[in-house]
Write a protein that binds this ligand. Structure first.
Ligand code: AKG
Ligand code: FE2
Length: 367
């Protein structure tokens, strides 16, 4: 993109005013079936993917996040798998897993039913629409229409899965197989998350169940994301740079690609692998491990050719869980983070716009 074009697209005060007027009308327009107003999605220059990706593009084909084979996690090669996971956590905080034990049929049905959900007519999805980020089950767009100053090129569904009986009746009733398929998928993902939490604890020299007791037992949130094809993908983003708030995240993505991870100052594209899961560490793991393992910034770019679906599952502590660095991991050093109540952390996380790692950084103790 030439520099004169960039200047033209930079937001000045006049453009912002036009944009703010548009924003008020977005929900009404969505309800009438017009879902995208292109200029409402034009990000400031420094948040557009091309600029930040320029360095990564040169190296993009060479650098990849680790791919870990879990076939031996419960067998003779367990120690080696745990060690590999520990190394991936320290260097990347992001890795893909294969031979993870979740049946391919469950994965495919889940992708299919999410596709069918997003393909429903807008007015049917709007029955679940809410801009209230504290509402447990909802369909939404961007991050929050009322808080975002520039919109994100994404729609999403949010479905808490645990305890199932509290939420399943609130999940979408259409497509007719949604609840059954999602229930099956969430059970399989819960089992995988448990194995991963055990491996993470072991890689840190902790009792196997330590992290699971804190982050795995309590909340499991499923969030399918839909990124429509975008006529001008260089000007906008599907999901801004952020780290996840909870403990660990397990993501299933289709073959389209768009997820990028920030590593050593570069954005690295995550290559979609059929039926693999992307695992990433989130903020509470950073706090619990006193920064030994870090939550990692990532974002989703969009493209002009194809719509993309990804399905995040967030494992996180209960709202009333007090989260602080685990004493065994301090090694005589003072804790780097102050204790916080996870519910309060999450409320602040949702009240503010996604802003890189500002939420976890705000708990840092000085000196
Ligand atoms: O769509 C993706 O690849 C990323 C989704 C994500 O980061 C999230 O849901 O928190
Ligand atoms: Fe995320």
């Amino acid at each position: 993109m030439g520099s004169s074009e960039e200047e033209e697209l930079t937001f000045g005060e006049a453009e912002m005013n036009v944009f703010k007027q548009n924003l008020k009308g977005v929900k009404a327009l969505m309800e009438s079936g017009i879902t995208r107003i292109p200029n409402a999605y034009v990000k400031p220059l420094d948040e557009r993917p091309t600029k930040l990706s320029a360095a990564a593009a040169a190296d993009g084909n060479k650098i990849e996040i680790p791919v870990i084979d879990l076939a031996d996690l419960d067998g003779d090669g367990q120690d080696q798998v745990v060690k590999t996971i520990g190394e991936a956590c320290e260097k990347w905080g992001f890795f893909q897993v294969i031979n993870h034990g979740v049946p391919t049929s469950v994965i495919h049905s889940m992708m299919q039913v999410c596709q069918e959900f997003f393909d429903l007519p807008t007015e049917e999805k709007m029955e679940l629409y809410s801009d209230d980020t504290l509402k447990p089950v909802r369909f939404g767009t961007s991050y929050s229409l009322s808080k975002d100053t520039v919109l994100e090129w994404r729609d999403y569904l949010r479905c808490p899965c645990r305890p199932l009986s509290d939420f399943i009746h609130l999940w979408p009733a259409k497509p007719s197989t949604f609840r059954e398929v999602t229930m099956e998928y969430s059970k399989e993902i819960a089992a995988l998350a448990k194995r991963l939490c055990y491996a993470l604890s072991e890689s840190l020299g902790l009792e196997s169940e330590c992290l699971y007791e804190v982050i795995g037992k309590h909340q499991q949130i499923l969030m399918p994301n839909h990124y429509p094809a975008c006529p001008n993908p260089d000007l906008t983003i599907g999901l801004s740079a952020h780290s996840d708030a909870g403990g660990i995240t397990i993501l299933l993505q289709d073959h389209v690609g768009g997820l990028e991870v920030f590593n050593e100052g570069q954005w690295i594209a995550v290559k979609p692998l059929p039926d693999a899961f992307v695992v990433n560490l989130a903020d509470q793991t950073q706090i619990l491990t006193n920064g030994k393992y870090k939550s990692v910034e990532h974002r989703a770019t969009v493209n002009a050719q194809r719509a993309r679906i990804s399905i995040s599952t967030f494992f996180q502590p209960a709202a009333d869980a007090k989260i602080a660095p685990i004493p065994e991991l301090l090694g005589g050093q003072p804790p780097m983070y102050r204790e916080s109540l996870f519910g309060v952390y999450l409320r602040d996380f949702f009240t503010n716009r996604l802003n890189r790692k500002s939420a976890v950084d705000s708990l840092k103790l000085s000196g």
